[in-house]
Design a protein around this ligand. Structure first.
Ligand code: SF4
Length: 268
């Protein structure tokens, strides 16, 4: 990681510049005061976080997690879909009993729910299951059965977007496993940014990871796997909206297949 100066105090000649005048990326990370963010205008807040994101770019996920723990303490929640246990493991290493958020849509594969049970059993985490306002039966009674087939955007709003928003309310930061290679809509994802939709900081420590990085982390730490991945499900969501993909097919082609929907709405 470069330590080249990224900012030099204005109004001084080159001869006046001393070490104290120079802010390196690591200095910026060490002195970042998260409590100041809410007092900033939105554009200034975005600018500050863009600089922090640039300073974190290229650092290992373990280092980003450690910085997150130092900066936000316990006021951070880690979202996990249970497609894998990377984020729960990564953050349990730096925040014992870290809060891990699982969106309990009522439509998950049995294998995903089994993976959740394994995570609860094996990792030092506190699991929070975010529930929709209605059970599936209540939703069926109000909107008709299989809303996911007729109006997946509404179904995702009711069972993912709204429960997530309520779970994040009042928190300082949340962590997600979004990776840039997953979809064109994610290609420009920053490591850290202000989440204007939810009004808190969003941290994406795995943005630069390849599929090989995902495999390597799980191998090195001998993490339990969601068996669906090996069965041809490289991207796992709710069972009614996820199909297997063929070898070489876009990994996310199995999500809302046959529909132009590509995101559930929690990251857009
Ligand atoms: Fe509903 Fe499908 Fe969205 Fe799950 S992924 S909340 S079943 S539309």
């Amino acid at each position: 990681m470069t330590t080249a100066p990224i900012h030099v105090t204005a109004d001084v000649t080159t001869a006046d510049v001393t070490t104290a005048d120079v802010t390196t990326p690591d200095d910026m990370l060490a002195t970042f005061d998260v409590t100041s963010l809410r007092g900033l205008l939105p554009a200034e807040r975005d600018r500050v976080l863009a600089a922090i994101s640039a300073a974190l770019e290229g650092k290992p996920a373990e280092e980003i997690a450690a910085w997150t723990a130092r900066t936000f303490g316990r006021d951070v929640i880690v979202a996990a879909s249970m497609q894998d246990l990377i984020l729960p493991h990564l953050f349990a290493e730096v925040i014992p009993d870290v809060e891990v958020l699982f969106l309990q849509t009522g439509y998950h594969f049995d294998e995903t729910l089994q993976t959740l049970k394994v995570a609860i059993r094996d990792l030092a985490i506190t699991t929070i299951e975010a529930l929709p306002r209605q059970s599936v039966a209540e939703q069926d009674a109000q909107y008709g059965e299989k809303l996911h087939d007729r109006d997946p955007n509404l179904c995702c709003f009711l069972r993912k977007v709204d429960p997530l928003a309520r779970s994040l309310d009042g928190r300082a930061a949340w962590v997600t496993g979004v990776r840039r290679i997953e979809a064109p809509t994610r290609a420009n994802t920053a490591i850290i940014a202000w989440d204007h939709k939810h009004d808190l900081v969003k941290i994406n420590p795995l943005v630069t990871w390849s599929d090989e990085d995902v495999e390597a982390y799980q191998d090195v730490h001998d993490l339990p796997r969601n068996p669906l991945v090996a069965q041809g499900y490289p991207s796992i969501g709710c069972a009614p909206c996820t199909r297997k993909v063929a070898p070489g097919e876009d990994p996310r082609a199995g999500r809302w297949s046959g529909n132009d929907k590509t995101e559930c709405g929690i990251h857009t």
